[in-house]
Design a protein around this ligand. Structure first.
Ligand code: ADP
Ligand code: ASP
Ligand code: MG
Length: 476
């Protein structure tokens, strides 16, 4: 490839929801041709949910209903093409018919082979991204751009963990370069569907909900991109989830570590796995608003200013289950924690927050699907108390390392709310705790008021610069 670094432009489902949205996206790409765009696109908004819904219906034996339920979504794709394209509409109609037929036969298969559900589900759900990428390619071509749809399953090579597949790195790098670089050499804009991949034997896989951001980062790393741009429906990463806090505002700069913590603890704007491939290659990630492309969003990189407030943002995650395991055997014994965590490993369940005392361990899970099997095993180790409907709140900022009094201020603000599992992450840039889910809106709003809407002078902190590795130096 010529010695030019491409820029990855990833558009989420909300950025390709309808005709107007596709038109905006095409303009954004056309305006950035000098940046050598490689486009990654999610399924149209709501399509992945609809496809998953059809899988559930078919698994319950309602196959005809399952197939019928998808019709409005097929129509949405056709409407966009009819509104924006004069050419190639018949070809799009044929592609949609192929997708209908293929999904329909997979839904039939699924009702006969329940054990193949996860594999067939990935196959069915992958049509969302395949169709949106095909439609966007047509729209770009109609606007006079040389664009080509690249089947992302030929680029992102994964393990066989259907529904949450992990990429195999050397293979993904090799295949992505082989598929995409020749197009760039010929000045053709490659358009890939996000979220989807394939095993080495060619079975379709998906990377987990919201996984198109991860695709963008993988493609960016494989091509040593200049920048990975995540185009969404808000102007960058905000100080809190805007659905909870109307006055949340854009954070101009975040370190990779800050962004990773926020994403992990619930800031949906970025998939938690996105940061890792970018850090490895030192590629900046920019979060931009496809509805307001001229606004400056958030840039994520090695360097980040330390906010005078100490923290940069508040993330939260609901639907959390906490477990407390108590056992006298733990006292002064070694090997107990290993046996405990082996239970979660065995049941492939991720643990988020952990705190320990002399004779008990408390921890939180956000995926309780294997809970009853986990409880069975844990009861061999001690007595187990379980609480559902909990929420994790996480305040994040490089300033937590160097600003005193933040924890006192957080807990003072929430003094009448019951708090458990308090933990400061090993990176020392987050303070995490668990509360009852019913209080989450109140708690996040109060914290936002205290840290982002109150008088700054109270904090008394100066502006500093931090690096990902954690070296802090004063810049003012
Ligand atoms: P996309 O379809 O572009 O992938 P997502 O819905 O996955 O978009 O992510 C964008 C949404 O993330 C926003 O609309 C917002 O509601 C939510 N969100 C949660 N926390 C934050 C945050 N701290 N900053 C920005 N957005 C957030
Ligand atoms: N379409 C997938 C989802 O809805 C992936 C994504 O949007 O990032 O989860
Ligand atoms: Mg998303």
């Amino acid at each position: 490839m010529a010695n030019k670094q491409p820029t990855i432009l990833k558009f989420g489902g909300t950025s390709v929801g309808d005709t107007k949205a596709f038109d905006r996206v095409a303009s954004i790409i056309l305006d950035r041709m000098e940046a050598l765009p490689v486009v990654v696109v999610s399924a149209m908004s709501g399509v992945t949910d609809a496809l998953l819904g059809s899988v559930r219906m078919a698994a319950d034996g309602f196959i005809d209903e399952a197939i019928r339920s998808l019709e409005p979504d097929f129509e949405r794709h056709l409407t966009v093409v009819k509104n924006l394209c004069n050419r190639e509409t018949a070809e799009v109609g044929r592609t949609l018919d192929d997708a209908r037929r293929s999904i329909s036969s997979q839904l039939h298969l699924l009702s006969q082979q329940p054990r193949a559900l996860r594999r067939l589900q990935d196959e069915i759900v992958s049509h969302g991204e395949r169709l949106s990428a095909m439609v966007l390619t047509k729209v770009l071509r109609e606007r006079g751009l040389a664009a080509a749809h690249v089947d992302a399953r030929r680029c992102i090579i994964t393990d066989e963990e259907h529904g949450c597949a992990g990429p195999l790195w050397p293979e993904t790098e090799l295949h992505t370069k082989a598929e995409v670089e020749p197009l760039l050499d010929d000045s053709i804009v490659p358009v890939l569907g996000g979220f989807i991949g394939a095993t080495t034997s060619g079975l379709t896989t998906t990377l987990g909900r919201g996984g198109s951001d991860f695709t963008a980062a993988l493609v960016g790393a494989a091509l040593s991109a200049r920048e990975i741009q995540i185009w969404t429906d808000v102007t960058g990463v905000l100080t809190a989830d805007p659905r909870l806090v109307k006055s949340a505002r854009t954070i101009t700069r975040l370190s990779y570590a800050e962004a990773a913590e926020l994403a992990y603890f619930g800031a949906k704007v970025l998939h938690p796995k996105t940061v890792h491939p970018a850090v490895d290659r030192g590629i900046p990630i920019r979060i931009c608003n496809s509805r307001a492309p001229l606004e400056t969003g958030t840039i994520i990189g090695h360097e980040s200013e330390i906010s005078p407030r100490g923290i940069k943002a508040i993330a939260h995650k609901t639907g959390i289950t906490t477990l407390q395991i108590s056992s006298g055997r733990m006292l002064g014994a070694y090997g107990f924690l290993r046996s405990l965590f082996e239970v979660f490993e065995r049941h492939r369940t991720v643990v988020d927050v952990v705190t320990t005392s002399e004779v008990s361990v408390s921890l939180s899970l956000d995926n309780p699907s294997a809970l009853s099997a986990i409880l069975n095993d844990l009861e061999q180790l001690g007595t187990v108390e379980i609480e559902n409907h909990r929420a994790i709140i996480c305040v994040v900022g490089e300033g937590l390392r160097s600003t005193s009094g933040i924890a006192g201020r957080v807990f003072g603000t929430l003094r009448d709310i019951n708090i458990s599992l308090i933990s400061q992450g090993a990176s020392r840039i987050n303070l995490t705790f668990v509360i009852d889910e019913a209080h989450v809106e109140e708690a996040v709003s109060r914290l936002h008021k205290a840290f982002f809407e109150a008088d700054l002078e109270e904090t008394g902190a100066g502006t500093e610069t931090a690096t990902y590795e954690g070296t802090v130096r004063t810049s003012s």
